[in-house]
Design a protein around this ligand. Structure first.
Ligand code: NAD
Length: 452
């Protein structure tokens, strides 16, 4: 039983799908592990550490992949990379399948049995395998850190001999996994925090963290949650009421962190250019939904811009990749927890139970064909012209706006089936490499893009 890990090819991706810790655990399960040289470098896991954990360091991806039964990845690999893998090898990772059905079909044709970790059902048994949560949690934390770095003032109230510094006011939009962590982080830094969400269950969670809940709590709000705990798209009427409430609130905020997502759909636009314009110079908006098109009209995915009225709008698209070590550690443990279920505990034999609900929900391709019900139709429409996996190179930290806004890759609407509710949100970040954003330029008019 051989497990292979290759270096991530997506530009700017800093994470790695296995750490020395999970390598040790895979070996204890009875597997051998081959890892391409340098695969963990950007997440600060050295080849020497993998070797010490018992992995073979392979000089090329082909050498790592030769004869592998399981391939672990962060992002969907290109089919070309996997040419020559053993027929039926499991390829497990964040596959970002919606809108990329052709690429998934090509992986199937290359012989891969593809597992999309973002389709993992949110049931108790699978919590430990939930890559959406592990990565969103870190993104929520990092979003606040990025806001603080770009903010010209202090977060906490400070009473000094020279006078009092008032605390920053932070508003978190979307109180799911990322939003709740953003609330907790902003509170720890001393900000006065408020938050909104369309799911009624979020109210208590927000308040339990000591933040104020701001929302239009009408009849529609009371029904705004699916059985799986996700938000439903809201009516135009609700959105208008919510926008009016939000507009009034945002004008008084220093920091806005947006995290609102609806599975399988483009991110809802919650912050208009007029709202951005209402904020005082020096305010900072972090759009954690940038990868799915953004919650903020002014966001340029992958970039940091400053609007003419001096508001910094941060649209990084691989926020977990900005904490590559922590993100890889959690992600690798998510993968380990899933792979472990494929091994017979007594005999240590690798035997996939195709009837297991976790396998059924996450399996995209088998025996050369796309099998996931949410993808079959689109995959056959996309065939045979499967394009190569897109290079998701995003800029880092450009403090000036790009000439052309990157086109957000909106996920296609997914069927509302339980398994399909797993959004394409997860791992698709395009990582701004490690170096942090330079502090956003002082209020200078953007050359383009800031939609004001
Ligand atoms: P998500 O990433 O899909 O969305 C982020 C948040 O945006 C959600 O809270 C959503 O309600 C909110 N949102 C959507 N549209 C909005 C709008 N117009 N205005 C304001 N907010 C809007 O969600 P998530 O972080 O994955 O979490 C969804 C739920 O699932 C949460 O309740 C979370 O606690 C729960 N969860 C359960 C498990 C489990 O294993 N049972 C695991 C993880 C998360």
């Amino acid at each position: 039983m051989k497990i292979a890990i290759v270096r991530e090819r997506t530009e700017g991706e800093t994470r790695v799908a296995a750490t020395p810790e999970t390598v040790t655990r895979f070996i204890a399960l009875g597997a051998t592990v081959a890892i391409e040289a340098g695969a963990g470098e950007a997440a600060r896991f050295t080849d020497a550490a993998y070797k010490e954990a018992g992995a073979e360091i392979a000089p090329t991806p082909a050498a790592a992949l030769a004869g592998a039964d399981i391939v672990l990845t962060v992002r969907r690999p290109g089919a070309a990379l996997l040419q020559g893998i053993a027929k039926g090898a499991l390829v497990v990772g964040g596959m970002d399948p919606y809108g990329h059905e052709g690429e998934i079909a090509a992986l199937g044709k290359a012989g891969a049995t593809v597992i999309a970790m973002e389709f993992m059902p949110r049931i108790t048994r699978a919590q430990v395998m939930d890559i959406l949560s592990s990565q969103a949690n870190l993104a929520g934390y990092q979003g606040v850190i990025d806001a603080a770095v770009n903010f010209d003032r202090a977060f906490p109230m400070m009473m000094t001999a020279a006078g009092t510094v008032r605390p920053a006011k932070a508003f978190v939009m979307g109180a799911g996994v990322a939003g709740l962590q953003a609330i907790a982080t902003a509170k720890r830094l001393g900000a006065i925090v408020s938050a909104t969400d369309v799911r009624p269950a979020a109210k208590e969670q927000v308040e339990s963290l000591g933040a104020k809940f701001i929302a239009v709590e009408d009849e529609e709000f009371k029904q705004a949650e699916t059985a799986a705990g996700y938000a439903k798209p809201m009516s135009a009427g609700y959105q208008a009421k919510q926008a009016a409430l939000t507009a009034e609130h945002i004008a008084k905020q220093d920091i806005v962190i947006t995290t609102a997502l609806i599975p399988g759909r483009p991110a809802p636009k919650l912050v208009t250019a007029a709202m951005v314009k209402s904020m005082v110079p020096g305010s900072v908006i972090v759009d954690l939904a940038a990868e799915r098109g953004g919650n903020v009209e002014s966001t340029l995915p992958g970039q940091v811009i400053t609007t003419p009225n001096g508001v910094t709008v941060i649209g990084y698209t691989n926020v977990p990749g900005r904490l590559a070590t922590s993100a890889s550690q959690l992600y690798a443990r998510n993968l380990y927890a899933f792979i472990e279920t494929l091994f017979d505990k007594k005999t240590k034999a690798f035997a996939v139970n195709w009837d297991d609900e976790l396998v059924k929900a996450t399996l995209l391709t088998k025996d050369g064909a796309v099998v996931h019900p949410n993808l079959v139709a689109a995959a056959s429409a996309a065939a045979p012209a499967a394009k190569a996996a897109p290079v998701q190179g995003e800029l880092l930290a450009a403090a000036t706006p790009a000439k052309k806004p990157a086109t957000p890759k909106a996920a296609k609407p997914a069927a509302d089936a339980a398994a399909g509710e797993a959004p394409a949100k997860a791992a698709k970040p395009k990582a701004p490499p490690k170096p942090r954003a330079p502090k956003a330029a002082k209020p200078t008019p953007p050359k383009t893009g800031a939609s004001e």
